[in-house]
Ligand binder design. Structure first.
Ligand code: PLP
Length: 395
């Protein structure tokens, strides 16, 4: 065991911890940065935009020089839509890799765009593997791009992006990545993976507040994206061209959110960047999962697929367990958890990201213990069909 770090400060406004994958619990300093107003055209704000772009770019490791960062107003889905609409030409075709809600949302976005796509749908959580991507690309020469979800937040699985990147590169196609819930805590090296573009947003692992997302893409691809977009406000090339020329966002920027985000980026750097942030989240997950298993809960995923972002647990088989009640009892103790998204068996999720550490995660486990006791649930063991479900991935 490493030496115990001093606990992170608890939320100063007395609000509950958000054990949810964004919005999440932010530092007081991040909230405090929003207490003043900024003129969107003013030099001070332009400097903030510059700083935000260069700090984000520095997080993609090797290949940062060949890339650029383009922030886009809106939530993460706006950025996914901006990326698909801008980098996939009107006559392009996307192979969408889905194993949960966010992959399916990307497919739905393609439908709205009216551009060609094909879907590999692995169901609730099974990961798309390199070999099947290679096969799909060999079978369909019309496919120009592959869209992968880095951490599929609906189950918490960390998808094998290296394998997918390798298969995509070998077939001479281009890779687009939704790294919304992983970027900033899990390495996503632009040079090594060779992706065309990736997206993430302000309110996930960088620990900012919601209001914008960002695209990091190869500069040559951004330039080539001119004229592709179906949408004025979601045109990555146009946003980039304006920012390069004037230092400004094209339309009203979320000024306060940007100010908060810069504070969050400084804290991210002080914590040791992607590695330091990833280490804290990993410890959060390990402490929480070990504690929950100690109560009898079982995770959907085997250890090798667990992300340090969010974990899915099966609901206990005991008929006295009722998720709505469990949620309220957890909330009363200061912890907001998340319902699950599995279609086959009941589940719930606990997030590991945000301003929380191992000290907090131990309290989460204690709160779960107390909640079970309150409900009269003796064992948190899941029903037999849940364990059957789990075997699908154990191999
Ligand atoms: C959060 C998230 C998104 C974006 O969701 P919004 O609600 O639009 O912010 C997209 N993909 C993944 C994997 C996510 O976790």
């Amino acid at each position: 065991m490493s030496t115990e770090k001093p606990p992170l400060p608890a939320p100063r406004l007395g609000e509950p911890y958000l054990l949810t994958p964004g919005p999440l619990t932010t530092a007081y300093e991040v909230k405090q940065a929003m207490l003043r107003d900024w003129g969107s055209w003013d030099d001070d704000f332009r400097a903030m935009t510059r700083e935000l772009r260069s700090r984000l770019l520095a997080l993609v490791g090797t290949g940062a020089d060949a890339n650029d960062c383009v922030p886009i107003q809106g939530s993460g889905s706006y950025c996914v839509e901006a990326m698909l609409g801008s980098f996939v030409p009107k006559d392009g075709k996307v192979l969408v890799l889905a194993n949960g809600a966010y992959g399916l949302r990307a497919a739905q976005t393609m439908e709205y765009l009216g551009r060609a796509f094909t879907l590999i749908n692995k169901g609730d959580y099974l990961p798309p593997r390199g070999a099947e991507v290679a096969q799909a690309l060999a079978d369909d020469p019309a496919i120009t791009h592959v869209l992968a979800i880095h951490c599929e937040t609906s189950s918490g699985i960390l998808n094998p992006v290296e394998e997918i990147a390798e298969a995509t590169r070998a077939a001479g196609r281009k890779l687009l990545i939704d790294s919304m819930s992983a970027f900033g805590a899990v390495e996503l090296d632009a040079g090594k993976l060779g992706y065309t573009a990736m997206v993430s947003s302000a309110n996930k692992c960088i620990e900012g507040v919601p209001g914008f997302g960002f695209v990091i893409a190869r500069k040559d691809e951004i330039e080539a994206a001119r004229g592709n977009s179906h949408s004025l406000s979601l045109d990555v090339h146009a946003q980039w061209a304006t920012m390069e020329k004037t230092g400004q966002w094209r339309f009203t920027p979320p000024t306060h959110v940007v100010a908060a985000f810069i504070e969050a980026l400084k804290a991210h750097e002080a914590e040791g960047g992607v590695e330091g942030r990833g280490a804290r989240y990993t410890e959060n997950r390990d402490v929480m999962v070990a504690g929950m298993r100690g109560l009898g809960f079982e995770t959907l995923l085997a250890d090798r697929w667990l992300s340090p972002i969010i974990v899915t647990f099966f609901c206990p088989a005991d008929p006295k367990f009722e998720f709505a009640r469990f949620y309220e009892l957890m909330k009363a103790q200061g912890f907001i958890i998340y319902p699950g998204k599995l279609t086959v068996v009941d589940s719930f999720r606990v997030g590991c990201i945000g301003q929380m550490d191992a000290h907090v995660m131990r309290k989460v486990v204690e709160a779960a213990r107390a909640a079970l006791k309150d409900m009269g649930v003796e064992s948190a063991a899941p029903p037999a069909e849940a364990l059957e479900e789990r075997k699908k991935l154990a191999a």
